[in-house]
Ligand binder design. Structure first.
Ligand code: ADP
Ligand code: MG
Length: 326
């Protein structure tokens, strides 16, 4: 293996610096039983490092998928995690193990789970606009770091944005770099990748992928966090793709009741069909919405269900939002 970073023409990085241990994983870790989540080719389980008693999340990745050797894809995922080590909003990689069939990534444990769970909730634990502003800033800070390093995530969605703690609401951690690519030295990425509801129109048109594709997904993500609704989802993928390529989106008063117009403006700056006209991560970080102070009781999901009680002026004076930990 050459020392220099080896990059294939599809933007994958396959030279890594982390040592891959052939020791049995269970020699150094106890599985804590609890499954934290799973995706197409991975299971993630909570584990405890024996030497330190510290808690981690172990991602077990199958090397063979649909009869194909995918070891290079896993090395790419590791290389991207290494390249983002300096950013606190990208999940930290602690160690790597390899068996005959699997590669195990030992990751920082994001104990608060997926932001997805607080996007779709009905029980009053949904995010307030103030929460969403804080989380959006963190997501953009992490993504701006990736983009400055020419990395595009390509699968940003509420299942891949985790929380260090759910209550009190902690910080975000970006996970799942399985589809990530390096944008320099890239000749072609012309394939439909990602998750239908979050995929940018240029990906559907087989146009070259760029960092702008992530910005589209952040637009969809912000919409979902604020309204609890997925803006482009249809009855099937075909309908979802059609809604996406036509930017067929509901910005009605009804859907955005109790949400500031700056928030809508922020989303509109990202859900722009032409990727060159879409806001970048750095531009988005300077959007006035992120430095605005929404009404403390601006609680989008709840608002729709119990608008009357939240509109009481005396309530908004007597109660103040608990400050999130610094
Ligand atoms: P896949 O590529 O299969 O989608 P992910 O990396 O997204 O794999 O992991 C699947 C799920 O496991 C995530 O959606 C999340 O619920 C959980 N998970 C992943 N990494 C962590 C982590 N570091 N801490 C806690 N839970 C995690
Ligand atoms: Mg995932």
């Amino acid at each position: 293996m050459p020392d220099s970073a080896m990059m294939s023409k599809n933007g994958m990085l396959t030279t890594i610096h982390t040592r891959i241990s052939a020791d049995p994983f269970t020699a150094n870790y106890d599985l804590a039983g609890k499954e934290l989540g799973r995706g197409k080719f991975a299971v993630v389980k909570k584990c405890i490092e024996k030497a330190t008693r510290k808690q981690y999340a172990a991602k077990f990745l199958r090397k063979r998928r649909r009869g194909k050797d995918c070891r290079m894809d896993i090395l790419n995922e590791i290389a991207v995690l290494e390249s983002a080590k300096a950013n606190p909003y990208v999940v930290a990689l602690h160690e790597v193990y390899e068996t005959n069939t699997e590669i195990i990534l030992v990751l920082e444990c994001a104990a608060g789970g997926e932001i997805f769970d607080q996007c779709v909730t009905d029980d009053g634990t949904a995010f307030t606009e103030k929460d969403v502003i804080r989380l959006a800033k963190q997501i953009l800070t992490g993504v701006a770091f990736l983009h400055r390093n020419n990395v595009v995530h390509l699968d940003l969605k509420p299942q891949n944005i985790l929380l260090t703690s759910a209550r009190p609401l902690g910080e975000i951690r970006i996970v799942d770099f399985g589809l990530s690519r390096r944008m320099d030295n890239i000749t072609e990425v012309r394939e439909i990748v990602g998750t239908p509801e979050y995929v940018a129109p240029e990906i559907l048109n087989y146009e070259p992928i760029s960092t702008a594709s992530d910005m589209w997904s952040i637009g969809v993500l912000t919409y979902v966090m604020l309204t609890g609704q997925s803006p482009f989802v249809g009855e099937n993928n075909q309908e979802t793709f059609l809604n996406t390529s036509q930017v067929n989106i509901d910005y009605s008063q009804d859907t955005f009741e109790g949400i500031s117009s700056l928030a809508v403006d922020f989303i509109k700056s990202l859900l722009v069909k032409n990727p060159r006209k879409r806001a970048t991560a750095d531009e988005s970080l300077n959007h006035p919405w992120l430095n605005s102070l929404p009404h403390p009781h601006s609680h989008p999901h709840l608002h729709a269900r119990s608008a009357s009680s939240l509109d009481e002026p005396e309530m908004s004076q007597s109660e103040s939002e608990p400050e999130s930990p610094a």
